[in-house]
Ligand binder design. Structure first.
Ligand code: SF4
Length: 361
């Protein structure tokens, strides 16, 4: 995409015009949820909250992959790091997320072999270079990440890399939206749907949730003009009482999404239940390895089945992910919990709501 083309979506004149239109159309309070952590960061970075009418509240949703990873899954990653001859490979964001008793960073500091990788393919290369060790990859992420994980496992299988496995805590976005709509106390007047995820899923993936709950929904990108346009669409739908599912990011998202990526994902994984931090188990919101790829299942290989554990005492991450609270409403925010000393994952992840508030609010 050319820079000139991108400039359109950063155009200050266009952005100001959109703000004017949002203010002109808004007559009632609205609670809009940006589902994706990248949107949360973009909204803060571009100062969008500060230019909206007072009646529009933006809530961060369950779209930060590290934040929604259940405490028991973090405990599993820590447990792998304590095993003899096991190398744990992970994206950097997971290192400081507190489990019940420790973090990967703390375990590394006392000698565990935990390595940060930028791609799952790096983890497979580590396995190839260390044939006498077992390499476990901490697999988190949504539809954007799962196809790459699936492709890497096909490579590992073709190359007979038998000392490599993943602990999958991957999640699917549309079922989480439906779960939010069913949850007690949750008040959402519209969803700003995730741009990156939608590139893979396509607009059609949200149609079931939209039709069932009649909730205004817009897929949009991450530039200021994209986000403001999305907010304007949701405000207009609410004011007119005509909910719709709109793709306002057609330069990247189609109705069907990336069919090849979805096919690879479905070849290796099958839909299963998953446990989300704060929300609990959501049916059909996760992906488990299919029978023919179970040799890559670290949980099965090492007999790991961690018990459910509550979130850290006082941490409101779960309520924040459901739009029930903002970080400032957490008693530990900035007092006990900071990026240097995080209590929950929402303060650790670069896409976490608490980290975003801490940095920008
Ligand atoms: Fe949890 Fe810290 Fe956020 Fe509070 S500020 S919800 S303790 S991550």
């Amino acid at each position: 995409m050319s820079l000139k083309y991108m400039e359109e979506f950063r155009d200050a004149r266009l952005a100001k015009e959109l703000v004017k239109r949002i203010k002109a159309v808004s007559t009632k309070p609205l609670r809009l949820m940006e589902v994706c952590g990248t949107h949360t960061m973009a909204i803060f970075r571009h100062g969008i909250r500060s230019v909206l009418p007072d009646g529009i509240t933006l809530l961060s949703g369950p779209g930060c992959p590290v934040c929604v990873t259940a405490q028991k899954d973090i405990d599993a990653y820590v447990a792998f790091s304590g095993m003899k001859d096991v190398i744990v490979t992970t994206f950097g964001d997971l290192m400081k997320v507190p489990g019940s008793g420790s973090t990967l960073a703390k375990e590394k500091a006392v000698g565990a072999d935990v390595r940060i990788v930028y791609s799952i393919f790096d983890a497979i290369n580590i396995a190839k270079k260390n044939p006498t060790k077992e390499v476990v990859f901490c697999a988190v992420g949504f539809e954007t990440t799962i196809p790459t994980i699936a492709a890497s496992l096909l490579t590992a299988q073709a190359e007979n890399v038998s000392n490599f496995s993943i602990y999958a805590a991957n999640k699917l976005t549309p079922p989480a939206l439906a779960a939010l709509m069913e949850a007690d106390g949750v008040e959402i007047d519209g969803f700003i749907l995730p741009g990156h995820v939608s590139v893979i899923t396509g607009t059609d993936a949200y149609r079931g949730t939209f039709e069932k709950y009649d909730i205004p929904s817009v897929i949009t990108g991450f530039e200021p003009v994209d986000v403001l346009k999305g907010i304007l669409i949701l405000a207009e739908q609410n004011e007119a009482g005509r909910p719709d599912l709109i793709n306002a990011y057609p330069r990247a998202v189609s109705d069907k999404g990336n069919e090849k990526a979805k096919a690879i994902m479905n070849q290796v994984f099958e839909i299963s239940a998953a446990t989300w931090r704060g929300i609990g188990e959501i049916p059909e919101s996760g992906m488990s390895l299919r029978e023919s790829y179970r040799q890559f299942d670290a949980a099965q290989k090492f007999g790991i089945d961690m018990p459910d554990v509550p979130e850290p005492k006082g941490c409101a991450c779960g309520e924040i992910l459901m739009g029930l609270k903002t970080p400032e409403a957490c008693k530990l925010y900035k007092k006990v919990c900071t990026p240097m000393s995080p209590v929950g994952p929402c303060m650790v992840s670069s896409e976490g709501a608490c980290a975003a508030y801490y940095k920008y609010a």
